[in-house]
Design a protein around this ligand. Structure first.
Ligand code: ADP
Length: 358
C-alpha cells in the first residue's frame, strides 16, 4: 500500500526533520474498522486515498473536509514494523544521553495498547525499542558500555503505583524478578524499584510482570487499564571507554488513560473523581507539551502527577513523541476530532482562522 511504499521517503523526511525542527513529534495512527463495525456497515471518516504524506483528512456527511498535519501518519494497513521504522531513531537518542518520552493518546479502543504493548504476534513499541536499544549497545560495544534497567508504574486517580514492587513480592512471574531500589533521580516515587535487564528475554519478563500486576486488585481489567496511565521507565547508564565520559538517560513509554470525555452528569462518586483526574492529567500533559512547543516562559509541570513525574524528561533537550490514536468509524467522529485537535495543539500549531493578510 501507499503507506508501506512511502516508508523510505518518510524516513529521509524524518531525519531531515530531526535536524531542522524542535524536539516534539506527533505521529497519527488510525486503526482498521473491526469486524463488528464492518458487519454493521459503519463508514470510514478518514480519507487515505487523497491524503499527501503527513496529512490526515477527515470527511463526514455534509461537513467540510478537515486536513490535519502530522510528522507521520499511519493508516489501517500500516503494521507494527512500519510504525516502528519511524520510532526507531529515538533509541539512538537515548544511548546518546537524551531523555525521551513516547506517549500513546486517544479514545479507548483506538489502539493505544496495541501500539505500545502490542500482542504476542505483533509486538509494539515498548518491546521493539528495547530490542533496538540492545542492538545498538552491541554495535557500540567496542567504545561504550551500557547498563539498562526497567521500572513499571501506573498512575491511577492521581496516585502512583509501582507495579514491580507487588509483582516481585508476590512471586507471580516464572522466576522472581531481580529488583533493586533507586535512591535518586525520579520525582515523586521514593524507593521506586527497577529491574536490571541484559537481554530481550529479561525485558519480556519484566514487561509481562508489569502487565499482569496491572490487573491485580481491579474487578474489571479492561476498564481499569483504560482509566489509568501505564508507564515504563527505561534507565540507561552509559560509559565511553575511550574518555571515561558517562551519560545517564531515561526513556519513558506511556500508554495513557482513554481520552474520551464522559459527561459529568452521567457519572457520580468514585467514577466522577476518576473522570476528573483523567481529564486533569491529560489536559495538564497537553498544556505542558504545547507550552514547550511554543517556547512559553512558564511550563505548568506541577498541575498533575504525570507531568510532575516526567518533568526532567520533557523540555530542555529531551525528545517527545506522541502517537495520537484514532478510530476511522463515523460514530466516533466527535472523539476523533477532539483527539486530532489536542494533537495539533501539542505540536504547537494552533488551528484557527487563517491569518489576515497585512
Ligand atoms: P486502547 O488501548 O486505545 O483502548 P486497544 O489497543 O486495546 O485500544 O485496541 C482495541 C482493539 O483494536 C484491540 O483488539 C486491538 O488489538 C485492535 N487494534 C487496535 N489497533 C489496531 C491496528 N492498527 N491493527 C489491528 N488491530 C488493532
Amino acid at each position: 500500500t501507499k503507506f508501506v511504499e512511502g516508508a523510505k521517503e518518510r524516513k529521509e523526511l524524518y531525519n531531515k526533520m530531526l535536524e531542522l525542527k524542535g524536539n516534539i513529534r506527533v505521529f497519527c495512527r488510525c486503526r482498521p474498522l473491526n469486524t463488528e463495525e464492518i458487519g454493521s456497515g459503519a463508514s470510514m471518516v478518514v480519507d487515505f486515498e487523497s491524503a499527501k504524506d503527513g496529512e490526515l483528512i477527515v470527511k463526514s456527511n455534509g461537513a467540510p473536509r478537515r486536513i490535519f498535519k502530522f510528522d507521520s501518519v499511519f493508516g489501517p494497513q500500516a503494521n507494527q514494523g512500519d510504525v516502528f521504522e519511524d520510532t526507531a531513531p529515538f533509541a539512538a537518542s537515548v544511548l546518546d544521553g537524551y531523555n525521551v518520552c513516547i506517549f500513546a493518546y486517544g479514545q479507548t479502543g483506538t489502539g493505544k495498547t496495541f501500539t505500545m504493548e502490542g500482542t504476542e504476534g505483533a509486538r509494539g513499541v515498548n518491546y521493539r525499542i528495547l530490542e533496538e536499544l540492545f542492538r545498538l549497545t552491541k554495535e557500540r560495544q567496542k567504545l561504550h558500555r551500557y547498563k539498562v534497567s526497567v521500572s513499571v508504574l501506573e498512575v491511577y486517580n492521581e496516585q502512583i503505583r509501582d507495579l514491580l514492587v507487588s509483582a516481585s513480592q508476590s512471586g507471580n512471574g516464572s522466576k522472581r524478578l531481580e529488583v533493586r531500589q533507586i535512591s535518586e533521580g525520579i520525582h515523586h516515587v521514593p524507593g521506586m524499584v527497577e529491574a536490571p535487564v541484559d537481554n530481550m528475554s529479561e525485558v519480556w519478563e519484566v514487561l509481562q510482570t508489569g502487565s499482569n500486576a496491572r490487573a491485580v486488585g481491579s474487578t474489571n481489567c479492561n476498564e481499569h487499564s483504560s482509566r489509568s496511565h501505564c508507564i515504563h521507565c527505561v534507565m540507561v547508564k552509559g560509559e565511553n571507554l575511550l574518555n571515561g565520559e558517562c551519560t545517564s538517560s531515561k526513556l519513558w513509554l506511556v500508554d495513557l488513560a482513554g481520552s474520551e470525555r464522559i459527561a459529568k452528569v452521567e457519572v457520580q462518586g468514585e467514577r466522577l473523581k476518576e473522570t476528573q483526574n483523567i481529564n486533569r492529567s491529560l489536559s495538564a500533559l497537553g498544556d505542558v507539551i504545547s507550552a514547550l512547543a511554543t517556547k512559553s516562559p512558564h511550563v505548568p509541570f506541577r498541575n498533575s502527577k504525570l507531568t510532575h513525574l516526567l518533568q526532567d524528561s520533557l523540555g530542555g533537550d529531551s525528545k517527545t513523541l506522541m502517537f495520537v490514536q484514532i478510530s476511522p468509524n463515523e460514530n466516533d467522529l466527535n472523539e476523533t476530532l477532539c483527539s486530532l485537535n489536542f494533537a495539533s495543539r501539542v505540536r504547537g500549531i494552533e488551528l484557527g482562522p487563517a491569518k489576515r493578510q497585512l
